[in-house]
Design a protein around this ligand. Sequence first.
Ligand code: PAF
Length: 279
Amino acid sequence: MQLLKSLEELRAWRRQQSGTLALVPTMGNLHQGHLRLVEAAKDYADEVVVSIFVNPMQFGANEDLDSYPRTFDADCQALAELGVNAVYAPTVDDVYPRGLAQQTVVEVPGISDLLCGASRPGHFLGVATVVTKLFNMVQPDVAVFGEKDFQQLQVIRLMTQDLSMPIDIIGIPTERADDGLALSSRNGYLTTEERRKASVIYQTLQHIAGLVRSGESDSVALAEGYARIEEAGLNVDYLELRRRQDLLDADADDNELVVLVAAFAGKTRLIDNLQFDRS
Ligand code: PAF
C-alpha cells in the first residue's frame, strides 16, 4: 500500500495508473462502517485510494475539530489488511495553502441550509469544498460515501451533477451495532449510560416508518417519535420526514421518503436516517 503524503506524491502515483480508480474520502478514525465502504469500493474500480484528512473547513467554531479522534497508524494498518492500493493523507497546508479565509469555496444552495446545515451553518460548504478538492486531486472514476450521512451524500450528488464532474457517486448502507446504533467515530465520545440510551434512535426511526406505512399521519408519527427519543433521555435537535431526493418537506403524495434525526446524548450529537417507501 502506497502512503501518499503530498499532492506531488499523489499526482506521481496517479500518473502511473492505467485502470479505474475508486476514492473513499474519510476523516480517519476508521471503524467497521468505513471498512465496509472500502470493501464496496473494490467492486466499482480496479484500484482503491482512501483519503484521510480531518477537514477544518467543515467544523464550526465550537465543534470538536481539536479533539476529533486521530488514529492514523491503526487506520493505515486496517487499510493495508484490506488490500487498499494507496492512502492519501495531505496536511492542512497542502489542502488550503492560502489559508481557510482565502479559499475558493463550493456551495450547493438550498439543501445545504436544511437539517444538519441549519444546526451547523457552513458545514456543507466545508464538505462540498473539500470533496471537490479531493476529487480534483485524486481524479477518481468513482467515489464511495456512507448513507449514514444521507444529507452529505445528497449534497455531493447534486454538486457532482451541477458541476458536471465525471465521477460516479455510490452510497453504501449504514453499518450498525447489534442494537441498531449507526457506527460513527463520535460513538467513542459516549459514556456507557449514553451509549445504552442511544439505541432508541434507530428503534424510533423504524417505529416512525412503520406508523407512516400503516397509514398514520406524518405529523402524528413524528410527534410520537420525538416523545420516545426525549423520554429515553436524549435531546432531539431535529426529527424530520423528507423526500429522499432533495430533502424537501414530504407531503402525502410523496412515496420515496427518508426520516432523518439528529439528537444529543449528553454533549455528543448523533445523526441517523432510514429510507422507506410510503407504500
Ligand atoms: O464523511 C466524512 O467523513 C467527511 O465529511 C468527508 C466526506 C470525508 C469530507 O471531509
